[in-house]
Design a binder for this molecule. Sequence first.
Ligand SMILES: Nc1ncnc2c1ncn2[C@@H]1O[C@H](COP(=O)(O)OP(=O)(O)OP(=O)(O)O)[C@@H](O)[C@H]1O
Ligand SMILES: [Mg+2]
Length: 224
Amino acid sequence: MNIIKLTAINKVYRTDEIETQALENVNLDVERGAFISIMGPSGCGKSTLLNIIGLLDAPTSGTVWLDGTDTSGMTDRQLASFRNLKLGFVFQSFHLINSLSVQDNVELPLLYRRGVSASQRRKLAQDVLARVGLTHRLRHMPSQLSGGQCQRVAIARAIVGNPEIILADEPTGNLDSRMGTEVMDILHKLNREDGRTIVMVTHNEDQARQTDRIVRFFDGRQVG
Ligand SMILES: Nc1ncnc2c1ncn2[C@@H]1O[C@H](COP(=O)(O)OP(=O)(O)OP(=O)(O)O)[C@@H](O)[C@H]1O
Ligand SMILES: [Mg+2]
């Protein structure tokens, strides 16, 4: 069973004057444990696709299956819970909370989990921060970190709840090449060693070639 299955996904954004077909009849299967790249020009629907896979946005029509479950009939509460358990997100601009320390940012997803004590939260956050090489920065604030360090905190936050799927939208887009390589190394490790399924949007052909499969989009349609 594929961990991600999209069938006949359409997404239309409507405003008063314009209608944009951001995705048109997208069908996609991602095997458990795969690392795939999504590529295509600006505006072709990559972020829209990732947001739909990640249950952050609903398709206009079509079905998103995650881990064998049809998510289309879920209530907002069920979607939020499913997201919290199964999915970890990494964004180009990190999306850290500036008023919280590194440790507290990483603990955040666990606050929504029942039955995880404060000391367990601390321990789990410290474990994942060690994995991304930031044990020496637990009490720092995001403003005191480099971009690469911020993205490593964001990755720690994405994996602290042990999600099977990691969705990364241009995770190295704001980083120089050295920091970008560090982040890619971490993603590859999470894929190879932990078997996490990763879907990454990237504009970088070299990075994409290092993944199992490249899915290309143009104008909302899958072209390869
Ligand atoms: N909330 C929205 N309302 C209306 N149109 C939108 C909205 N979000 C995206 N779009 C439109 O949908 C299309 C796809 O946008 P999307 O953000 O998915 O592109 P992208 O491939 O991620 O581009 P980039 O590489 O620049 O990030 C674009 O034409 C965009 O203008
Ligand atoms: Mg985008």
